[in-house]
Design a protein. Structure first.
Length: 305
């Protein structure tokens, strides 16, 4: 209590007041003006970041109070990252400028912060790499939740969750893969906007190619009429793709909805098999020619070889 009383007496003493006013007259007002400008600039930066973040969130908002769509999740994540980064930078900048205005040499502080940053970067470089890679994955919208992707030709599945550090995939067998974003080198998106079902059909050399083309077009057109939400366009016959030992291969392509190419391809094969049976078109099987020493040569077809 006595110390508090002595401090209050010192602050209210005429001598201290005169010293403070003299300091303000010499350089205090100028320094306060500089700090005021710095504070205004910092507040303006924070407001600008907040306005940009709010505008992005409003642009992708679907009217639901909850964050439901992939665009909303991406905007929410990027907005949080930008806002937090801006706050840290603004606070650090304001503190350094305040110390500098009051005569503190901030050079050693900046150098020390740089050395500490380098040390942290070396110690947690994999984490930093994951976060930076995740930020650019979200910002560039390379893929999103619900897309079917193949990562580095090692992991293929549906994207279930994306954060700044990891991407979670669910493969066809139900296994969950957690992939650090920093380790992702190449991503193939299998369900971007649309897909194509590629089906190769091999027929015997005794088959009329034009007849086989016609049967394929009918089967593909029927599938398009019955399932327009999956098969977006009728089947397209590209022509003869290869000449094999037992027959020639016809290549077909069908434009499908994203992620529906495998189901469409399976259904096409089933319909093509039934249509070929009905049209009498032979699907070839392996044959072997057996040569008998000292005797004649005869062809003996053996299936399964």
């Amino acid at each position: 209590m006595e110390r508090l009383t002595a401090m209050m007496a010192m602050l209210t003493s005429p001598q201290w007041m005169r010293g403070f006013l003299d300091w303000m007259g010499r350089s205090g007002w100028s320094r306060l003006g500089h700090l005021l400008l710095v504070a205004v600039a910092c507040v303006g930066l924070l407001l600008a970041v907040r306005l940009v973040t709010r505008a992005v969130r409003k642009a992708v908002d679907d009217g639901n109070d909850e964050v439901t769509t992939d665009s909303e999740r991406r905007a929410e994540t990027l907005g949080s990252v930008l806002t937090n980064a801006a706050r840290v930078l603004v606070v650090a900048f304001f503190l350094l400028m305040t110390l500098q205005e009051f005569g503190v040499n901030i050079g050693p502080l900046v150098a020390g912060a740089g050395i500490a940053g380098v040390a942290v970067g070396f110690g947690a470089q994999s984490l930093v790499k994951d976060v930076i890679s995740g930020f650019f994955l979200l910002m560039e919208n390379q893929f999103g939740v619900g897309d079917i992707v193949s990562v580095d030709d090692k992991h293929t599945g549906t994207v279930e969750r994306m954060t700044l550090r990891i991407t979670q995939l669910r493969d066809a067998e139900g296994r969950a893969h957690y992939i650090p974003n920093g380790s992702i080198i190449r991503v193939v998106v299998l369900s971007k906007d649309f897909a194509r079902a590629l089906v190769d059909v091999e027929v015997g050399y005794g088959t009329d190619p034009d007849q086989a083309f016609a049967v394929l077009l009918v089967a593909g057109g029927t599938l398009h009429e019955e399932r327009p939400d999956q098969a977006l366009e009728p089947l397209e016959v590209k022509g003869i793709e290869a000449l094999g030992p037992n027959g020639f291969t016809i290549r077909t392509l069908t434009k499908t909805a994203p992620g529906a190419q495998w189901e469409v391809a399976r259904e096409l094969r089933r319909r093509i098999l039934l249509a070929f049976r009905e049209a009498g078109i032979e699907i070839p099987y392996a044959q072997r020619v057996v040569h008998h020493r000292g005797g004649s040569t005869e062809g003996v077809p053996e299936s399964g070889d």
